[in-house]
Design a protein around this ligand. Sequence first.
Ligand code: PRP
Length: 174
Amino acid sequence: MSELRPTEILLSAAQIQKRVAEMAMEIRRDYPDDLHVIAVLKGAFIFLSDLARHIPGHVSLDFMAVSSYAKGTTTSGEVRMLKDLDTALDGRNVLIVEDIVDTGLTLTYLQQILSNRNPKSLRTACLLSKPSRRKVDVKVEYIGFNIEDHFVVGYGLDYDEQYRNLPHIAVLEP
Ligand code: PRP
C-alpha cells in the first residue's frame, strides 16, 4: 500500500448523485431516442453505472480500455489502447463517458479514433474536469464538476489501483 491517503472529501456521495442525475436528464433531452454510450475503463465504471441508471429509455453500452502509461500521480501523455469496442459506430449517436479530463490527451485520442468510425454524432460526458491542467483544447459537452488541481481518488478513480470503491471523491495527500 502507498503512503498517500485520501483525506479531505472534495465531493460527497450525495453531491455526486445529484449532479449525475442532472447530467443524465440533460443527455436524454439532447438524445431522446437513440444513444450509444461508450465507457472508458477503468475509471469510468462507477460513473457509467450511475449515469446509465438515471437515463430513462433506450441506451446501448460498450466499453473501451485505454492507459495513459501513467506512473503514480503523473501522466506521460502517451495513450495505449488496451481494449477496443465490440460493435461498430456507423450512424449512431455516440457518447463517450470518462471519469476525469486532466491534460485532455486521452480524450483527444479517443475522440479522434472514434470520429473516424462514422458515428452520426459524437459527444463526451465527464464527471470531473481540471481546466488548469489542460495541454490540449478538447471539447467536453457534459461536465459534472470543474475542480482544482488536486490528485483525487474515489468513485472509480484510483491511486495505484486503490480507492476506486470510495462512494465519494477525496483528495489524496501524504
Ligand atoms: C485517467 C482517466 C482518463 C485519463 C485522463 O485514466 O480515466 O482516461 O486518465 O487524463 P488526461 O486528460 O491527462 O489524458 P488512467 O490512465 O488513470 O486509467 P484508469 O481509468 O484505468 O484509472
